[in-house]
Design a protein around this ligand. Structure first.
Ligand SMILES: NC(=O)c1ccc[n+]([C@@H]2O[C@H](COP(=O)([O-])OP(=O)(O)OC[C@H]3O[C@@H](n4cnc5c(N)ncnc54)[C@H](O)[C@@H]3O)[C@@H](O)[C@H]2O)c1
Length: 331
């Protein structure tokens, strides 16, 4: 299958490109390199350095490469930034996302897999969170993802677009070739490992949550498992047209606290990691854990690398090989 991967030079997109190649598919990367890295795209994979929100250029790219399905990983995705500057998020993720759907329709591409997020749920009433829980995002980032999911649902009913939305919880870990290199980095595990490598203390945002050790509990999912789910979801869109969107959580189904992450990281790196405790971040719920049955039943997917050890070890290995991230790669 020829698959256009928006954001294919980013963290999750690049590992997904690897998985698509391994499964015998033909990825084409469309990425403007705004937060991603051209060096993350494997040699031989077509790399279109352009903006997916440019509807005309994206339609041309879909037609020129005879694309059959789209994996849409590109997005603005910083929660705090989205609260400060919602305009950027609604323009890019929503208006730009609709532009991408229109390009897809114009080019006759009716198979679509979408990088969604646990942020669509907001502060959940039940845990683990099932997919049919109320969607009440508490920040513009989550809201933009919820809106594009809704558009996909209606595009399915009206235009026969077959789509799967994958709501990742916290992506973590690395493949051998690709890992996490963001600026700014807002994710816990790379920040813990940066502190372990001598980059100054890592901040714990609040230690007075109603959890056993006072730090928030999150569900982490290995980026290799996300990539595997992408391949499965893309293949699933080749079946009969459904009534609308299929939305699945991607998580390990287990919760780990911020202090659990620190303890495992300290064990793996073999030394104490400096921490400082800061105030809570607004909008951080105490516990976010995925119910994972739907991805298993609908896609045959389970998290095969679901331990914190597997995630942190692979992230640490990638970091040791790339102390300055992709800046270390010399071609
Ligand atoms: N990392 C996580 O824990 C996590 C959790 C839930 C959901 N997500 C979602 O997964 C997706 C990928 O996240 P990531 O962590 O790999 O982010 P990332 O920033 O590493 O990757 C995003 C990629 O999209 C590209 N991009 C952004 N805007 C673009 C545009 N207008 N045109 C073309 N390319 C553009 C960037 O250059 C980058 O390569 C995002 O949609 C994000 O919202 C991530």
């Amino acid at each position: 299958m020829r698959v256009l991967v928006t954001g294919g030079a980013g963290y999750i997109g690049s590992v997904s490109v690897e998985a698509l190649l391994a499964a015998g598919h033909q990825p084409v990367v469309l990425d403007d390199a705004s937060t991603g890295h051209p060096d993350a795209v494997p040699a031989g994979v077509p790399f279109l350095r352009q903006d997916y929100t440019d509807e005309r250029a994206t339609t041309a790219a879909l037609e020129a490469h005879r694309v059959e399905a789209i994996l849409h990983c590109a997005a603005r995705s910083l929660v705090g930034d989205s609260v400060q500057d919602p305009s950027r998020y609604f323009r890019q993720n929503v208006a730009g996302g609709i532009g991408l759907l229109e390009a897809a329709r114009a080019a006759g591409v009716l198979r679509f897999v979408f990088s969604s997020t646990a942020a669509v749920y907001g502060t959940p009433e039940v845990t683990p969170i099932p997919e049919d829980a109320a969607l009440r995002p508490i920040n513009p980032y989550g809201e933009t993802k919820r809106i594009l999911e809704s558009a996909l649902d209606w595009y399915g009913r009206a235009y026969g677009m077959r789509s799967v939305s994958l709501r990742y919880f916290n992506a973590a870990g690395a493949s051998q070739a690709n890992g996490e290199d963001h600026d700014p980095e807002t994710h816990l595990i790379p920040n813990v490992l940066a502190a372990a490598a001598g980059g100054g203390p890592v901040t714990l945002f609040g230690d007075d949550y109603p959890t056993p050790d006072g730090t928030p509990i999150r569900d982490f999912v290995h980026v290799l498992d996300i990539a595997d789910a992408h391949v499965r979801a893309l293949e699933a869109t080749g079946g009969e047209a459904g009534p609308g969107l299929l939305a699945c959580n991607l998580g390990s189904g287990s919760g780990f606290s911020v202090r659990d992450v620190l303890a495992v990281a300290e064990q793996l790196v073999g030394r104490p990691i400096p921490v400082e405790v800061g105030p809570r971040r607004p909008g951080d719920p105490p516990i976010l854990v995925a119910a994972v049955a739907r991805a298993r039943d609908a896609l045959g997917w389970t998290a095969r690398h679901g331990t914190l050890e597997a995630m942190i070890e692979s992230a640490w290995a990638w970091r040791r090989g790339h102390p300055r991230g992709y800046g270390d790669i010399i071609k």
